[in-house]
Each structure stands twice: as C-alpha cells, then as structure tokens.
Design a protein around this ligand. Sequence first.
Ligand code: 1GP
Length: 246
Amino acid sequence: MTGLNDYFFSKVKEGTMHMSLLDPEGLPPEKAAEIAKRVKAAGTDAFMIGGSTGVTSENLEAITVAVKEATGLPVIYFPSDPSAFTDKVDGMFFMSIVNSTDPNYIIGYHAMVAPFVRKLGLECISMAYIIVEPGMTVARISKAKCVERDDLVLAAGYALAAEYMGFKLIYLEAGSGADRPVPPEMIRAVKEAVKIPVIVGGGIRTPEAATAAREAGANAIVTGTFVENCENDSVLNAVVHAAKGI
Ligand code: 1GP
C-alpha cells in the first residue's frame, strides 16, 4: 500500500468512501476477521479500529492484525485511550475533539502521545472531530458540549475554524449507536463552509441514511454498530453500496 494519506486523499477524490469501524472491546479477532471479509466483499474501502472504552494495546493490535490478514485493506487507528497503541496499523487519525470541554481531549493527551507516535513511525492524518447530539458514549467520556442538531451555524463555524487551523479532515459524529445520524442539512452546511473532506458517522444503519449522508456531500461514511451486527449479506451490501453510490 502507498501511504495512508495518499490512499485516503486519492480515494475521496474518486467518490464517497465507506469505512468500517470495529471496536476491539469484547470483539474476538476471529470474529473481526470474519466481519472484515464480508464487509470487504460488500465494497468497504478501509477499516477504523477504536472505541470509547476498553481499548488496550493488546486488543487493538490483535484486531488490527486479524483485519489486515483477512482483507489487506488499510487499517486506521481511531484513538481514544492515550495508553493504547500499536505499530501494526497503517496510520492513525490524530484527532482533536474540538467541542470537548476537557482540554485533555482537545490537545492534552496529544502532547503526551505525540513523541510516542513519532517513535513508532505512525503516519497521521490530522482531524477535527465535532460531536453532534445525541453524542452517546464518546460525548460523555470526552465531556463534549454537543452541537445541537439544528445549530448548523455552529457546526459550520467549528469546521471552518478547524480548516483555518490546518486540520486536514472533519469528522461529524452523532455517536456510536445513535438513534439519529447527523442531519443531512448539517452535513450540507459544513460542506458549504469548508474545502477539506468531511467524514460522517454515528447511527447510520440503513441504505436511506447512507444515501442521505452521501447526497448531502459526505466524503466518507462510517458504519460501526451496523457492520458488527449485520448478519445478512444483502443488507450489508445495500448499506455499503448506498454509502458509495454504487
Ligand atoms: C462511531 O461514527 C462511528 O464513532 C460509528 O457509529 O456505531 O453508530 O455506526 P455507529
């Protein structure tokens, strides 16, 4: 594989990407490999590994190795716990939760881990992570002041500020397992505000929701809970295809 930055930024130029999020907490590597093979067959473009709780270097590395062996697709660390790391990933989202009220999640933990990331030689993509209501576990853990679902101006303001600050990517997050994904009109407002790619995730589990996010301009759509739980390959295909518009 070429570098993660090359892969990601050339892929989003081709069209909307689909990324599969796997949470290592309580996920056996064999099960991760099986899910990964099925979602690769459906057309997913990359894997993200991470979760808000229970991520350790051991389970992170085990899932990463299993997914890479099973698929050969890029695996991106989606960090939460500053003590969990592996050099087996293709790179990481070096992300700031810009609407956290806890400085640790904005830049504090980052200062602690940055020298270690350099030592491991991990490739990074800087990302501004914006948590939208309902926000779920990640909002609680990071003490985020969630963007209200109708506050398009604030969402666009965070995104534009992030672009001016040099972030390479925006992630609009409704929270894993959210009952409502990020509203399409918010995706549209953010896309109108910035030139950098926008990733959207949280609560997307139907072709309709994936289509709505893609048509609103999402450059990448993330599904986690859905890919981990979907046992029907035609439903899996339908959501991944809707995300990619294929
Ligand atoms: C969470 O956006 C991701 O960070 C995925 O959310 O588990 O609801 O798909 P879901």
